[in-house]
Structures are given as C-alpha cells and as structure tokens.
Design a protein around this ligand. Structure first.
Ligand code: NDP
Ligand code: OXD
Length: 313
C-alpha cells in the first residue's frame, strides 16, 4: 500500500456537487474537494477533469494522476495543461460502450431497413416499398476496435452483417474480418455499405475520412461518425453526398461544437445530426470506474486506461 494522501479534487466547470457526492459514496475515506486547492495546502494526488480552465491542474499541490471525465482526451493533450510526466487516465466504462452501441446500431439499422427513406415518403404521402435486404447482404466497416469500436462490431456480427474492423494493431473479433495499419485502411473500407468511425482523434487519424476513403466504399454507402468531427473532411463528405456516392450520413460530432448556425451540415437533406449525445458519460458508472483506478493507484497496482502520449490515445 502506498502512502498517498486520500484527497481528490473535482475540477468540473459545471456544478461538481453531484459528482462529489458520488465520489464520497465510493471513496468514503477520501476528502473530496470542489474548490481549487492552492500551493501550501495539503497534497491532493487526484484530479477529475472534463475541460479544465487554464492553470487549474498545475496549481494542485502534489498532483499524481489526472482522471478524465471523457473517453476522448485530445483536448487535454492539445491544451498543454497536463504536464508531460503526469499520467492521464481516459474514461472507459460500460455506460459509454452501451450508449455508443445503441446510437450506432440505431443509425445503421434505420438506414439498412430504409426507415429514413420511408419517413421522407410519409411526408409526401408516398407508398413505395423498397427491396429489403437482410443484414448478411450488407458489409459494415468499423474504424477502431477499442472500448467502443469492439462492442459495436460485435453487435454488427450478431445481426449477421459482413463485419470488418480496422485498427492500428490486429484484433481477433469472432465473426469479423480484421485489418491493421494504414496500409490496410482502403482494403478494410473497400465495398463497405456502412462505414462507422470510432477512432480517437490523433495526428494520424485527423481527416482520415476523406475523398480517398469514401471513393472505395460501395456506391450509395452510409457513413456514421460517433468519434470526432476532426476525423472528417467535411467538404469531401458533402461532395460525396451530393454526387450520390454516399446516400446519407449520421453525425454526432463536429469540428466546432455546438455546430455553428451557418454550417452547411445543418441543412443537408442527407445528413442526420445529433448534438454529441451518442455515448454520454453516466456519472454514477464513471465514478465507480475512476474510484476503482484510484484504489489501484493507492495499492500500487497498475492503473487501467492510461493514455499513451506517444500514440495520442
Ligand atoms: P480506444 O482508445 O479504446 O480505441 C481506439 C481504437 O482506434 C483502437 O482500436 C486503436 O487501435 C484504433 N486506432 C487509434 N489510432 C489508430 C491509427 N492511427 N490507425 C488505426 N487504428 C487506430 O477509444 P474508444 O473506443 O474509447 O473511443 C473512440 C472515440 O470515440 C474517442 O476517442 C472519442 O473521440 C469518441 N467518443 C465519442 C463519444 C460521443 O458521445 N460521441 C463518447 C465517447 C467517446 P489499437 O486497438 O490497435 O490500439
Ligand atoms: C467523450 C465524449 O469522449 O463525450 O467522452 O465524446
């Protein structure tokens, strides 16, 4: 057991009191602070952050571990607010995985079974049945095989889709065909009827969904983005929707959030938007995961889900 001070600071921009109560229930032996600790105060080894204000993390005396309230931590890395030597723990929990799977599958199945099309037909009072295919006649490619990509791919397999998964390293996902590395990106995406993006935003993955990748998809494919807006070259996406190369897109994330009122994505007839809600953080579940990691740190066990700064995720 390491001799760590049992103090935790929640640096949430909103009202941190609810989170503090949850932490107090999980870690009853801890002092949970919601006011910024200062130099000279007793040490506070743990900080829980969403999007911290400048200087907040560095001002915490004796800080040892930064626990992110988000799965994606590119904003923390880009901000320069977390000193190089300080480990960052990303949020990985079942709530996020279930939420993302629900959102992605809802979009994919709605497109696959022409529900978007029938909703438009209903507006016109039109009765035009489409040729309905079964899932095993559709190919899905999932970009990312991590905490969110893997369970999503497993759901596609369960439904019977011809499922392909692309990641940095090779994964074994029963029922799916897997691909690894930039050299195999186009092979993984080739002929896909549905492309799902669940990558982290890094220097390597920024702009990865571009005209090149879209060109190898099946004609009339559907694109689903639950990861980050910076993965997509919006001009290429719009051009592909306008030309019919893509028949539609479901977007939950954008380069600028909230999406500016004049952004063409708002009004595009083939785009379905949601306001970054695919996999919201369920605080009671997230707190359990974070508390378990704090206990691991305390007892000298390896902390889970530490960000690899070199890889950027
Ligand atoms: P993980 O870090 O668990 O998984 C990332 C996956 O991407 C891994 O399989 C990794 O490969 C792969 N990958 C990373 N870089 C590359 C690369 N250069 N080439 C190929 N594959 C790569 O992330 P999560 O699954 O937890 O989250 C994915 C993203 O979802 C988050 O970063 C966040 O942006 C977004 N998100 C969105 C939410 C929303 O509400 N819309 C909510 C939560 C997260 P490997 O396995 O080989 O390392
Ligand atoms: C996350 C998110 O990364 O909300 O957790 O997108």
């Amino acid at each position: 057991m390491l001799a760590v001070m049992k103090r935790l600071f929640i640096a949430s921009r909103g009202n941190p009191e609810h989170l503090a109560q949850l932490f107090r229930a999980e870690l009853p032996d801890y002092e949970v602070l919601t006011e910024q600790p200062k130099a000279g105060d007793p040490k506070v080894p743990f900080i829980v952050v969403g999007r911290p204000l400048p200087g907040v993390i560095r001002a915490v005396p004796g800080i040892k571990l930064v626990l992110s309230l988000n799965a994606g931590i590119e904003h923390l890395l880009a901000s320069g607010e977390v000193p190089e030597e300080l480990p960052i723990v990303r949020l990985v929990d079942e709530g996020l995985a279930i939420g993302m799977a629900e959102w992605v599958l809802a979009q994919a199945l709605s497109w696959h079974r022409n529900l978007f099309l029938y909703a438009e037909q209903q507006q016109r009072g039109e009765w035009t049945p489409q040729v309905e295919k079964l899932a095993n006649k559709r190919r899905v490619t999932v970009l990312g095989a991590g905490a969110l990509g893997r369970p999503v791919a497993e759901h596609f397999v369960r439904f019977g889709f011809d499922t392909r998964v692309w990641a940095r390293s090779r994964h074994d996902i029963p029922g799916a065909t897997t691909f690894a590395g930039m050299d195999q990106l186009l092979e993984a995406a080739r002929g896909a009827d549905i492309l799902v993006n669940l990558l982290p935003l890094t220097a390597e993955t920024r702009d990865i969904v571009n005209a090149n990748v879209i060109s190898v998809l099946a004609d009339g494919a559907f694109f689903i983005n639950g990861a980050r807006g910076g993965h997509v070259v919006d001009a290429d996406l719009i051009a592909a929707l306008d030309s019919g190369k893509l028949s539609g897109a479901a977007l939950d994330v954008f380069r600028i959030e909230p999406l500016p009122a004049d952004d063409p994505l708002w009004k595009h007839p083939k785009i379905r938007l949601s306001p970054h809600v695919a996999a919201p953080t369920h605080q009671h579940m997230a707190v359990k995961e974070m508390a378990a990691n704090i206990r691991r740190f305390e007892s000298g066990e390896p902390v889970l889900h530490i960000v690899d700064r070199h890889k950027g995720y």
